[in-house]
Ligand binder design. Structure first.
Ligand SMILES: Nc1nc2c(ncn2[C@@H]2O[C@H](COP(=O)(O)OP(=O)(O)OP(=O)(O)O)[C@@H](O)[C@H]2O)c(=O)[nH]1
Ligand SMILES: [Mg+2]
Ligand SMILES: [Zn+2]
Length: 375
């Protein structure tokens, strides 16, 4: 017998904003995603927005931070994997490979800590088929390996149940931003996912230029690979790293995430677009996260590119903890609360001067610590 527990969950009103408010909101968005996005940007627990509660039965003790698992009658239900969530619905692949267009129980949305997080690409769900090719998601199974990001102070789950994240940057167009790589490394660390770094568009620069950066990360023990979807450089190594794994691809718009997937899975023929010539910025071509099966084994989640990366769950004073190479020198700082930025007699800064810590990483640290945006 599994342990059962009654939980009270708030049910939200169907509509929290007026169309007018939503229109206003959509003008401020900095990340282009599908059209329900501006709605979901709204705060979840706005005062007065909760109208009633409902008691649900959870099948087991719920781990802190996890959403409770509903105890549902599983008769007639199927197990499936969410390929792409879209607003209140999602495309689910059942274990036998059949595709279902599923609605999601409103109760599940209420259960989630954020509306955005109610269903994500990669989620394992229990759903009830009702009609040909259609169904209703009854339950979302507990997640492991979650890739999240913050948009306007709201946490979005981009991919669930992944083993690793491929952090994609480009050597040029858009310009290489090491601090963005470091922000992703921190979020992979927080989300307990193995990071792999990919520097794409290597054809646009002299490989020698990339060596210091590649060397820095390799020395820190990270897997890093230079690729080009134009020349094929690094693609077979990348394929090998992804084979049999579940990997979310993350990175700025225009770095070539979708192109990389196309390069080892041409049959998918996913849409890509050239970056804007004047700015070198991507056009936000991929608009929603999508779970895709690889013919050589494994899964990938293609995600929409971001313009800015905010960190969450990380206090500025904690940032140093994620820079492993700083650790031996912290004891040499004069002040115990040294920020390693403006203080004198700082062990970290001394190590940078002596070439024991890479200037590239130190610069990244300063940007992240001071909250500098990486536009
Ligand atoms: N020179 C060069 N261009 C590339 C390479 N890989 C991709 N591109 C180009 O970069 C542009 C953007 O590629 P996408 O694959 O759409 O980029 P993305 O990261 O998926 O962008 P979003 O979906 O907007 O997040 C396209 O014009 C690609 O042809 C590469 O290795 N070298
Ligand atoms: Mg894309
Ligand atoms: Zn210091």
């Amino acid at each position: 017998m599994t342990k059962k527990k009654k939980i009270r969950v708030p049910l939200r009103k169907n509509r929290q904003t007026t169309p007018r408010q939503r229109g206003k909101f959509s003008q401020q968005v900095d990340v282009h995603e599908h059209s329900d996005d501006h709605q979901s940007r709204e705060r979840i627990s706005r005062k007065g927005s909760i109208t009633r509660y409902r008691t649900i039965v959870s099948s087991a003790e719920t781990a802190p931070g996890q959403q409770p698992v509903r105890d549902v009658d599983t008769t007639g239900c199927l197990i499936g994997r969410v390929l792409s969530p879209h607003g209140g619905t999602c495309v689910v692949e059942a274990e036998d490979g059949t595709i279902y267009q599923c609605a999601v129980r409103r109760l599940l949305k209420s259960l989630a800590t954020s509306e955005r997080g109610s269903i994500a690409a990669g989620d394992r769900v229990l759903f009830r088929p009702d009609g040909i090719g259609q169904g209703l998601v009854e339950r979302v199974e507990p997640r492991h390996g979650v890739l999240t990001r913050m948009i306007r102070r709201q946490k979005h789950v981009l991919a669930a149940n992944v083993d690793q994240v491929l952090i994609v940057a480009s050597a040029a167009e858009p310009n290489l931003k090491p601090s963005l790589i470091d922000r992703y490394l921190i979020s992979a660390n927080v989300g307990d996912i193995k990071p792999i770094i990919c520097i794409n568009k290597a054809d646009l620069v002299d490989l020698v230029e990339l060596q210091p950066l590649i060397g820095t990360y390799a020395q820190l023990g990270y897997e890093i690979v230079a690729t080009s979807t134009r020349t094929g450089l690094g693609i077979s190594r990348l394929k090998h790293l992804l084979q049999g794994r579940e990997t979310a691809l993350a990175g700025q718009s225009g770095v070539g995430k979708t192109s990389l997937i196309n390069s080892f899975e041409p049959s998918l023929n996913l849409k890509t677009l050239a970056v804007t010539v004047e700015t070198g910025k991507g056009k936000h071509t991929t608009t929603a996260a999508r779970l895709l099966k690889l013919s050589f084994g494994g899964w990938v989640v293609d995600t929409p590119g971001i313009r800015q990366m905010e960190l969450w769950d990380v206090n500025p004073v904690e940032v140093e903890r994620f820079f492993l190479e700083f650790q031996p020198y912290l004891k040499d700082c004069r002040f115990p609360n040294c920020s390693h930025i403006h203080e004198s007699r700082c062990g970290v800064k001394r190590a940078v001067v002596r070439g024991l810590i890479s200037i590239l990483r130190y610069d990244s640290y300063c940007r992240i610590r001071t909250g500098d945006a990486d536009e």
